[in-house]
Structures are given as structure tokens and as C-alpha cells.
Design a protein around this ligand. Structure first.
Ligand code: ZN
Length: 367
């Protein structure tokens, strides 16, 4: 059922260093000929996850998962077997053979769909960026300036603007050759009750949401005007490439720093993230939802088990903070909570008082 010749798969499995691959996701410590760490597939406080580089496999005594380097990527990246093969081939500089005909049709279709969805998001991200830089994006640029988001941060975060028109992005994507059905599935376009198919995001500031690897998988769109209709934040729907409950905003930008610093600050919104990130106050990620999910917690644990929650001190924020906090503690994290003043969030606090004072608040945060 493989897309590729068995010999190629066997060779690649030999060539790919499972230890190197797993270590990009899970901190491991040597234990004899094996390496041990906390299992990324279930919650635990003592390591029962092992990698055997000499034998080329991993195994967890806690939850029973195990397999070779392909299996690890399939489980971890939520990709199909052929995609795992491609990722590894690319990583280790091995060129792919021609696919074997007539086998693995489903897997191939699946992986082709995901690839097309990723491509569509790449084109859309570029379109939104161009629009922000164009004259249509003048007000969006002004709003970012008023929020003290620097041009460097705009570039790093890949921010953009979705213009007022109903079909600006649609026109671009259709011209790029994407089928309309695929674009509906991507969530970039929506069908109205009248049957008309239009851009989902219109007249909104656009924040790309990325996979850990940096590929754009979804967008968040913030209202430009309070009276323009629709929610303040409009997000991409769940798609074959995007699962909200499994994604942490900004992790692609801060994961290395989180691992190095040994902790992460968890904030609520895109702009809280932007200020903490831009001011380099601390390594940060954003939940971009009301409360953190257990899947997001598992994702975080690959990098650290020390979390500082920095949510809005308003009622909603405290509710979300309480729920996230309880879940994180249950999952074995050490959790501190930052107290900001009434009416402040990390975004406004840093803009008014600066990164040093914010760092001070982090230091004085309490378990
Ligand atoms: Zn496990």
C-alpha cells in the first residue's frame, strides 16, 4: 500500500537517524544504549518513552506506542505515511523515486489534498501581505502603528490585510489554478445562502497561524471597524490541515527559545503575543481561545513543563486562566500566574511600562 518502492523505504529508514528526528520534538537523556524522555503521546511525569537508535525504533512503556522513524512522524505530525517519507527524504537530502503506480490511491489523495491546502494558504498569506503594503492597507498599517507593532514584527509575524472586496482573494486563488471546491474546503472562501461564493476574510487585519514548522495552516482576522459586522475576531474553520485545539499560536517562532529558557509565558491573544515577542520580554505562546486544551498542553510539554499564565485580569480572563491552570496542573505542569493591574493585558502593559517591568511581574508571579 506504499507509494514508494520497498527498497527505497528500507534505505531511507536506515539513513534517517531516529534519534536526531525524535530529539527535535522530545528532550531525551541517554540511558545505556537507549535514550529516555517524557512521552509526547500521553501525559506522564516520569519518562517511560525510549528511543533505541541502534535498532531504529521508539517505544513507550506507558501508553504502548512504538515504531520506526516513519511511525513517529506520522503520529507526531499527524501526517500520512507517504508524507512522513517525503519529510524524511527532504530532511536527509534523499531524492524521491517515482511513485509506484496503482497503489495507495487513498493515501495519495489524502496527502495531495493537504499539500494543495497548504499551497492555497501560502498563496493567501502572500496576497494578504501584499494588500497590507498596498494603498488599500493604509488604515491597517496605521492601526498596527498605533498598537506599536514594528515593521520588523509585521514581517516576522507575516501580518496582512484582507481588503473590503468580496472576491479579491478568490480571484487570485482561481487564477493560480486552485479548484473552487478545494478553496471552499480550505475555509478561505465561503458560500453564502444565496449560493454566491466569496472571500471569508474581508476588511480585516490578518494574522497567519502556523504549524510548528512554520507553514501557514489557518488565519485569524481582526475587525478594522467595530461596526463592520461579524465577530471581533474571525478565524479559519477546522480543516484537514488545521485543528484549533492542537495549535498554539507563535510556537513556530519561539519554540527554540522556550526550550532554552526552560519556561513559556502563555498569553491569550495575538497582540499580547506580538508585544511580548517583539519586546523580547520572555518566550511566549498564545492559546487564542478561551481555555487551553489537553492537546495544546501536550504540545507545550515537548518544550517545557514550566508555564507562566499571563491572561487579562478581567472576569473572562480569570475564568480562562482558572480552567487552563487546573488542566495544566492536572497534566503535571508547574504553573505560575502573573498579576497585572485591572484593565491591563500583556499588550497594553508592555506598551505603557516596557519589557523590564513586565519581566519583573513574571519574576514575582506566584504558583
Ligand atoms: Zn506514552
Amino acid at each position: 500500500m506504499s507509494l514508494f518502492p520497498q527498497q527505497f523505504i528500507d534505505d531511507l529508514r536506515m539513513q534517517a537517524n531516529i534519534l536526531q528526528v525524535v530529539q527535535e520534538y522530545v528532550p531525551l537523556k541517554r540511558a545505556g544504549t537507549a535514550y529516555k524522555g517524557l512521552c509526547p503521546f500521553h501525559s506522564e511525569k516520569t519518562p517511560s518513552f525510549q528511543v533505541h537508535p541502534d535498532k531504529g525504533f521508539f517505544h513507550c512503556f506507558g501508553c504502548g506506542v512504538g515504531g520506526d522513524v516513519f511511525k513517529f512522524l506520522e503520529l507526531h505530525e499527524k501526517v500520512s505515511f507517504p508524507e512522513a517519507v517525503k519529510m524524511l527524504a527532504q530532511k536527509f537530502g534523499v531524492s524521491l523515486p517515482e511513485p509506484v503506480d496503482g497503489s495507495g490511491d487513498d493515501a495519495r489523495r489524502d496527502s495531495a489534498l493537504r499539500e494543495a491546502l497548504l499551497k492555497a494558504h501560502e498563496v493567501a498569506a502572500l496576497f494578504f501581505k501584499e494588500q497590507l503594503a498596498a494603498s488599500a492597507g493604509a488604515r491597517a498599517r496605521q492601526q498596527l502603528k498605533e498598537r506599536d507593532v514594528t515593521p520588523e514584527s509585521i514581517e516576522q509575524l507575516g501580518l496582512g490585510y484582507a481588503p473590503q472586496s468580496r472576491d479579491g482573494l478568490k480571484t487570485r486563488l482561481l487564477a493560480a489554478g486552485f479548484p473552487q471546491a478545494l478553496l471552499l474546503q480550505s475555509g478561505l472562501l465561503v458560500q453564502r445562502e444565496s449560493g454566491e461564493i466569496v472571500d471569508r476574510f474581508r476588511h480585516r487585519l490578518i494574522v497567519p497561524i502556523c504549524r510548528e514548522s512554520g507553514s501557514v495552516i489557518a488565519f485569524g482576522g481582526r475587525q478594522m471597524d467595530p461596526d463592520q459586522g461579524g465577530p471581533k475576531y474571525l478565524n479559519s474553520p477546522e480543516t484537514p490541515i488545521y485543528s484549533k485545539s492542537r495549535t498554539l499560536y507563535g510556537l513556530n517562532l519561539t519554540k527554540a527559545q522556550i526550550r532554552k529558557s526552560g519556561f513559556a509565558v502563555l498569553v491569550e491573544g495575538y497582540f499580547d503575543f506580538a508585544q511580548v515577542f517583539q519586546s523580547q520580554a520572555a518566550p511566549v505562546v498564545a492559546s487564542c481561545g478561551t481555555a487551553l486544551t489537553t492537546q495544546q498542553a501536550h504540545l507545550l510539554r515537548r518544550f517545557t513543563s514550566n508555564i507562566v499564565l499571563s491572561f487579562d485580569p478581567d472576569a473572562a480572563g480569570e475564568g480562562a486562566a482558572t480552567r487552563s491552570c487546573e488542566m495544566l496542573v492536572t497534566e503535571g505542569f508547574d504553573v505560575n500566574v502573573v498579576a497585572l493591574d485591572k484593565g491591563e493585558d500583556p499588550d497594553t502593559f508592555i506598551r505603557r511600562k516596557g519589557a523590564d517591568q513586565y519581566r519583573g511581574r513574571l519574576r514575582s508571579s506566584r504558583p
